[in-house]
Design a protein around this ligand. Structure first.
Ligand SMILES: Cc1cc2nc3c(=O)[nH]c(=O)nc-3n(C[C@H](O)[C@H](O)[C@H](O)COP(=O)(O)OP(=O)(O)OC[C@H]3O[C@@H](n4cnc5c(N)ncnc54)[C@H](O)[C@@H]3O)c2cc1C
Length: 432
């Protein structure tokens, strides 16, 4: 394994490697060629799903998956665990072991840059050449939206007041919640789009339950840039009046993470602890690599510009885009919800496109994704809301979204079954 990895890295860095002639559209000019290479950046839900699907549909391709984190840590189902409402229910996945089991290569490394002209990914473990790149690097927080170029303030917010919307922060956030003895706790919710739209409200409800049942003399103030979700607004008022204050439409948020103070147009407050969730944007690699989308005014957005029916970058046929980093996909509803379910579906679809291209076939239209979310409405007794989003193409080619919501007043681990099915069917994790 080590030898293969070394050869791959050396070959990509040094050798002048050419597989075959390519047409301008990125379609092979002749039939399949051996040794074509796919590099997947990001071993989250989208990247792992793409790797698994490539192994199944194009086993002849050389697939390398790169992630800075050697483990997949699931964000779905994390909020009840944060407040000890449930144990940690989803296993952490060792990416090297999974890659060995499924037959692709995993490299634990930070991707520093991507040279699209040379088709090379530059990482802390060397350079990797590719014929196709799958970029599935998720999101980054945009602390600069709050602090400009004050990197000290950004670092203070990131380390002292983690939001817990990136998997690597979950253990630290849990420790900080365990240390919270009372006083003012703050949660900020940025303007959309952000990960899993109901997630901040579900987490707030569970924290309200935790404060109440543990008799912690604290109050959670939600500084929300938007109106909120009416169902949760009612729940906060009816069940957690003494624990949760929801401040919708909060504007002109200014935070001092050293003095633990914030202000909005509604006034100022201090806080004892906070979950500071800043605006989100696509992974910084997207901007660095020149893959940002543009809005109707021709200005760059914060997300990766994509052809939603092919999942290719708008500016580079060799780059497939998967998961939370996508820009809008339809003028009818904007972004796909940034969910693990959508990311896995997109990963499989991108893999299908690459498999077809690598064999010299014209790619067929991608299957549009779908997404199911199981959201906690009540902690005790447990009550869930099932949000089911489906997508189809309309006669004029635009993608249409249909969302159905259904209460699940007596959940029987449907959320766990949903996640385990994605683990096994989409990511290829062996059933426990
Ligand atoms: C609290 C919460 C609850 C949620 N609940 C649900 C739910 O119930 N259902 C659901 O479907 N979704 C849910 N989600 C959303 C889901 O977690 C995300 O949509 C999903 O993680 C997106 O997958 P992704 O592959 O796009 O990104 P990620 O899973 O974030 O994967 C991106 C990967 O890229 C890696 N990476 C990034 N940059 C680099 C670099 N430069 N070098 C190397 N590696 C890099 C990262 O380490 C990461 O592993 C929830 C999210 C949150 C925050």
């Amino acid at each position: 394994m080590k030898r293969r990895l070394l050869l791959g890295a050396i070959g990509c860095a040094g050798l002048n490697w050419q597989s075959q002639a390519w047409s301008a559209s990125g379609t092979p000019a002749s039939g399949p060629a051996p040794g074509q290479r796919v590099v997947i950046v990001g071993g989250g839900w989208g990247g792992l799903s793409a790797a698994r699907a490539l192994r199944q549909s194009a086993p002849e391709l050389d697939v390398v998956l790169i992630d800075r984190d050697p483990q997949l840590r699931a964000l779905p189902l994390s909020s009840p665990w944060l407040v000890d409402r449930t144990p940690e229910r989803l296993a952490r996945i060792d990416l090297a072991t999974l890659a060995r089991q499924l037959g692709y290569r995993f490299v634990a490394a930070e991707v520093q840059s991507i040279d699209r002209t040379q088709r090379q990914v530059h990482s802390t473990q060397g350079r990797f050449g590719y014929d196709w790149l799958v970029l599935a690097a998720g999101i980054d927080y945009d602390y600069a939206a709050w602090f400009g170029d004050d990197t000290r303030a950004s670092a203070q917010a990131r380390t002292q007041f983690p939001a817990g919307f990136m998997a690597g922060e979950l253990d630290s956030l849990k420790r900080k919640l365990e240390e919270f003895r009372g006083g003012d706790l703050v949660m900020t919710i940025p303007p959309p789009p952000y990960r899993c739209p109901p997630a901040p409200y579900e987490r707030a409800m569970l924290i309200g339950w935790w404060l109440k049942t543990r008799r912690i003399p604290g109050k959670l103030t939600i500084i929300d840039a938007s109106a909120g979700i009416p169902r949760f607004t009612r729940l906060f008022a009816e069940h957690y009046r003494d624990q949760i204050v929801h401040q919708p439409h909060s504007q002109e948020l200014v935070i001092d993470p050293f003095a633990r103070k914030l202000s909005t147009l509604d006034g100022e407050m201090g806080f004892d602890h906070a979950m500071l969730l800043p605006p989100m944007q696509a992974s910084k690699l997207v901007a660095q690599t020149g893959l940002l989308g543009t809005n109707a005014q021709g200005q760059a957005t914060r997300w990766a510009g994509v052809d939603p029916l092919q999942l290719r970058s708008l500016v580079d046929d060799r780059v497939y885009l998967v998961g939370d980093l996508l820009d809008t996909v339809s003028p009818l509803f904007g972004h796909y919800p940034k969910t693990a379910h959508i990311a896995t579906r997109l990963g499989a679809s991108a893999a299908q496109q690459i498999a077809q291209l690598s064999r010299g076939s014209a790619p067929t239209a991608v299957a549009l994704p779908s997404s199911i979310c199981h959201v906690w409405l009540s902690a005790e007794p447990a009550e869930h809301l099932i949000m089911d989003a489906q997508y189809r193409q309309r006669g004029d080619g635009l993608i249409v979204q249909t969302v159905r919501q259904q209460d699940n007043p007596q959940p029987r681990d449907e959320d766990l079954q949903w996640a385990q099915t994605l683990y096994t069917e989409s990511l290829g994790v062996p059933a426990a």
